[in-house]
Design a protein around this ligand. Structure first.
Ligand code: HEC
Length: 125
């Protein structure tokens, strides 16, 4: 790592078009509906360390409450694929997302529905 030259790295990322980090999308969505309570727990346990509580983003990953991730741009299947196979860094400079082990497809569906609820509450779509 000590041989990595940050300036060169940043220039490379800028050329690749993914040098950005998103601003946090913190907001108060109000009480979580009963149908999403279990999904919020799954999200907090498996996704929040990078995507942040309520998907607001952290230094390790983008907010999912963001227009990039609305249904028209990232359909629900993109969530299944991201969890199963991981994601190459392509929109941002956080680095790649690793595959997330230990989640059933049905649990990822519930997490996705919870994120859609947050997105709607934030007026993303
Ligand atoms: C170790 C950090 C990390 C964890 C944990 C993590 N992600 Fe990600 N995720 C990322 C990063 C970084 C990106 C953005 C990659 C890019 O586009 O540059 C991302 C992107 C995504 C995307 C967009 C995929 C695409 O096609 O562009 C989805 C959907 C997603 N994550 C869902 C999840 C869900 C659901 C969980 C929990 C089950 C999760 N992530 C856990 C780091 C993480």
């Amino acid at each position: 790592m000590s041989r990595l030259r940050p300036g060169v790295l940043a220039a490379g990322l800028a050329l690749a078009g993914c040098s950005e980090r998103a601003p946090r999308m913190e907001f108060e969505p109000g009480p979580v509906p009963a149908e999403h309570v279990a999904a919020e727990r799954l999200f907090d346990a498996n996704c929040a360390r990078c995507h942040g509580q309520r998907a607001a983003g952290t230094d390790a990953g983008p907010p999912l409450v963001h227009q990039y991730y609305e249904p028209a741009h990232h359909a629900d299947i993109a969530f299944q694929r991201a969890v199963a196979f991981g994601v190459q860094a392509h929109h941002w400079s956080y680095g790649p997302m690793p595959p997330i082990a230990g989640l059933e497809e049905s649990e990822v569906e519930r997490i996705t529905a919870y994120v859609r609820w947050l997105q709607r509450k934030a007026g993303v779509f």
